[in-house]
Design a protein around this ligand. Structure first.
Ligand SMILES: Nc1ncnc2c1ncn2[C@@H]1O[C@H](COP(=O)(O)OP(=O)(O)OP(=O)(O)O)[C@@H](O)[C@H]1O
Length: 249
């Protein structure tokens, strides 16, 4: 379990949010939503201590990540897989090598073991035949899938998704949502998804954290969101639904 406790973060005199507390239960998918600039990415970067807060704690299995030594932190960071917004692929190497990269960097696996694991990960994202392709030949949806194969290659406990459906058409977004669910079901993984896409939230998330007005404005089960009396949350959902209707009309 990841427990976020009384977290406050500012950059200079720009307060991003204060006193944020919620729990991410093992095996669940939690969506972090909110307007552009409300501090979703900043929150995500605190989970594995890529950023440090002004105050507060992030406890992973009871230990605060901000108090770990360098080597302990390295181990904790290996428990996280991250799907970056654009996929963050290296375009100078093949799709296969992109997925193999964390294994070559962090493990002592032989070429045979690497091949087995890379092909398994590519299979999970339905790209088993794309290994030799240059990543510059891939569509936006395929790049996300390769990024996802790379994010799961070290068999992480936690998978962080930064805007997994941004820039994708509705059908490709749907494929990515299905993959997020497949990963959660098949890999026994805990997922945290940053998104603006309410359709994606409804498809993948069990819990929702809504950041607004420099605080955690609402946290709860996805099914309770629409019945909330939080006006800003309801406005945010309605605005997103309007966008969905426009996109699919
Ligand atoms: N390294 C940094 N140094 C200074 N300010 C930063 C830094 N990273 C983020 N910020 C500021 O923190 C605030 C929150 O940014 P963040 O990227 O977390 O927003 P977001 O909710 O993820 O936005 P979006 O939905 O547009 O990606 C913004 O005001 C941003 O300018």
């Amino acid at each position: 379990m990841i427990e976020i406790k009384n977290l406050t973060k500012s950059f200079g005199d720009n307060l991003v949010w204060s006193d944020v507390s919620f729990k991410i239960e093992d095996g669940e998918t939690t969506a972090v939503i909110g307007k552009s600039g409300c501090g979703k990415s900043v929150l995500l970067k605190h989970l594995n201590a890529l950023l440090y807060p002004d105050e507060g704690e992030v406890l992973i299995d009871g230990k605060c990540v901000f108090e770990l030594s360098y080597s302990q932190l390295r181990k904790v960071r290996q428990r996280f897989g991250i799907l970056f917004q654009g996929g963050a692929l290296f375009d100078s190497i093949s799709t296969y090598e992109n997925v193999a990269f964390p294994l070559r960097y962090f493990t002592e696996q032989t070429d045979e073991e690497i091949e087995h694991n890379v092909m398994e990960a590519l299979g999970m994202v339905n790209l088993e035949h794309a290994g030799e392709k240059s990543t510059s030949e891939l569509s936006g949806g395929m790049r996300k899938r390769v990024g996802l194969a790379r994010a799961i290659i070290l068999k992480p406990d936690y998978l962080l998704y930064d805007e997994p459906t941004s820039g994708l058409d509705p059908r490709t977004s749907e494929e990515i949502n299905e993959l997020i669910n497949t990963m959660a079901d098949n890999l026994d993984i805990t997922s945290i998804v940053i998104t603006h896409d309410m359709h994606s939230v409804l498809e993948v998330a069990e819990k929702v954290a809504f950041l607004d007005e420099q605080k955690l404005s609402w946290f709860g089960k996805t099914e309770d969101m629409k019945h909330s009396d939080n006006k800003n949350l309801i406005d945010f959902i309605s605005a997103s639904e309007y966008q969905i209707t426009k996109k699919t009309a």
